[in-house]
Ligand binder design. Sequence first.
Ligand SMILES: Cc1cc2nc3c(=O)[nH]c(=O)nc-3n(C[C@H](O)[C@H](O)[C@H](O)COP(=O)(O)O)c2cc1C
Length: 180
Amino acid sequence: MKVVAMLGSPHTEGPSSTLAREVLRGAQDAGHEVVVYEVNEMNVRGCQGCRYCKDNNADCIVEDDLQPYWEQLHSAGALVVSAPNYAAQVCGPMITYMNRHYCLLDADWNVRIHPGIKLVGVFSQGRPDAEAYLPQYNWFLGDFQNRDMVLVDTIVHTRELSYAPGSPLMERAYQVGRNL
Ligand SMILES: Cc1cc2nc3c(=O)[nH]c(=O)nc-3n(C[C@H](O)[C@H](O)[C@H](O)COP(=O)(O)O)c2cc1C
């Protein structure tokens, strides 16, 4: 199975990316192929609202660094998305990326990607209350669930939780990937 990941943090060694990579390490150990993107390193424009996708029943036509991603996603069995919390919400570039999945609904609002892609969300926040932003994380993940993806787990890191190797959160992340 192919596992596609979009990491949302500018901190490649920070908690959200580290935990997401641990999910991917587990997935690799389970024999899965892993394809990783980092939105902070990419040119990803916002949805242009051009309706090309609706009028042509096609993936997004915007010519930017998401172009190879669509093909990967169509052959993926799982999608891992990670993000820091900025201003009580998933960080902006990841919302821009999420908006682009508008193209996965056709003109009649039918989903135009295979159903059942397993979805894992990994988020990091300063606030110690891990449940404080769950509505925001669920809203973000809901856009993918609306494209018939199936949520497997939502991992929330807070500043009080360790993401060092061997920590409970890292072990959970590994197991999530291992069991994909
Ligand atoms: C611009 C900015 C806004 C932030 N806003 C919040 C916030 O509203 N609530 C919160 O709990 N943490 C907030 N944080 C803290 C980050 O979510 C936290 O440091 C997180 O661990 C960063 O994860 P990362 O290193 O994986 O990117 C903010 C950080 C930045 C830089």
